[in-house]
Write a protein that binds this ligand. Structure first.
Ligand code: TXA
Ligand code: MG
Length: 305
């Protein structure tokens, strides 16, 4: 299964699903305006409840037609689009991103992906495309084409191979609904990069305001232990930094947070294939992209964020 941009556009126009590459993780995409198509996504993912989805757009003009992008939002778009930043804003045109896709909220999540082939599909399709990560619910997000097809390929009418995802963790989600900018989900664009533009972020009560951030969302099958400084028998250690554990299982032998983010979910999957008694992960620094990595690790380990 490896189709063209055109085949993906045809699938979306027919109300069917398409697996699309993005720079963060692979997405399972549908026409944002069609509730039946959006429902097919929830079905394919086996989601326990309807979480609001991100509407992916080809350009900022398309985003501004769907949501109310104010001064702070426009600054962020200009700085980080195309790229791994999602902006939640008051909805303007509710018919373009249907109620089911917004989980009935009067806000809408907007993102212009950095991956050129994702944008090519959206532009040729001519409207917003919702796309949660292409994994089954509760499993790590796929960061390679083959992992995406293995997870949800049977539910997709088309799938586009855009190579391995460069970023490897989901986009940062910020909300600009009530004047201030708050961080709903840490991700590839870091808190300090955003604060440099719009001032201090608030992330109080983020668990309530970003529905669907289930603790188990990012979990591998094997029990996960974080901040590990040694391993128990049968455990695989995902190390970080020089000389920590087996380099084959290292998130980044050089201690590079970008590399660690890009390898995280893939190593979860590869470790699971070895059926270890558990997966232990070395401490990861909290700065920069480390905030998003630690967030995913805490959830995967069963701690409520
Ligand atoms: O990197 C990504 O963003 C990937 C790729 C495929 O683009 N997509 C992705 O989608 O991670 P998903 O559905 O797994 O995550 C959407 C996130 C959730 O945390 C959801 O709660 C939040 O966005 N969200 C969406 N609409 C929202 C809204 N109106 N208010 C608050 N949070 C919202
Ligand atoms: Mg997801």
């Amino acid at each position: 299964m490896n189709d063209t941009v055109e085949a993906c556009v045809e699938a979306l126009k027919a109300g069917r699903l398409a697996i699309l590459p993005t720079e963060t993780v692979y997405g399972l995409a549908a026409d944002a305006a069609r509730p039946e198509a959006v429902a097919a996504i929830f079905e394919a993912k086996g989601r326990p409840r309807f979480n609001p989805l991100i509407a992916h757009v080809a350009d900022p003009e398309q985003a501004a037609a769907i949501g109310e992008l104010d001064g702070a939002a426009l600054k962020l778009c200009e700085a980080f689009w195309p790229g791994p930043l999602t902006i939640v804003a008051p909805v303007r045109a509710g018919d373009r991103v249907c109620d089911l896709a917004r989980a009935g909220l009067n806000s809408v999540a907007l993102r212009m992906p950095g991956h050129p082939e994702a944008r090519a599909v959206i532009a040729a399709f001519g409207g917003p495309v919702v796309a949660p990560s292409a994994n089954r619910s509760g499993r790590p997000s796929p960061t390679t084409f083959s992992d995406a097809v293995a997870e949800t390929g049977t539910f997709a009418a088309a799938a586009l191979d855009g190579g391995p995802c460069g970023v490897g963790v989901e986009s940062t989600v910020v909300s600009i609904v009530d004047g201030g900018v708050s961080l709903l989900r840490p991700g590839a664009v870091t808190r300090s990069e955003i604060e440099a533009l719009v001032g201090p972020l608030s992330d109080k009560g983020q668990g309530h305001r970003s529905p669907g951030r289930l603790t188990s969302h990012y979990a591998p099958d094997a029990p996960l232990r974080i901040e590990a400084v040694s391993t128990a028998p049968g455990e695989i250690l995902l190390g970080f930094g020089p000389g920590v554990g087996d380099p084959r299982w290292s998130l980044s032998p050089t201690g590079d947070l970008r590399e660690a983010a890009a390898r995280l979910f893939r190593l979860f999957r590869e470790a699971d294939r070895e059926s270890p008694s558990g997966i232990a992960v070395s401490p990861i620094p909290l700065e920069g992209l480390g905030e998003a990595i630690n967030d995913r690790l805490r959830r995967a380990a069963g701690f409520v964020g």
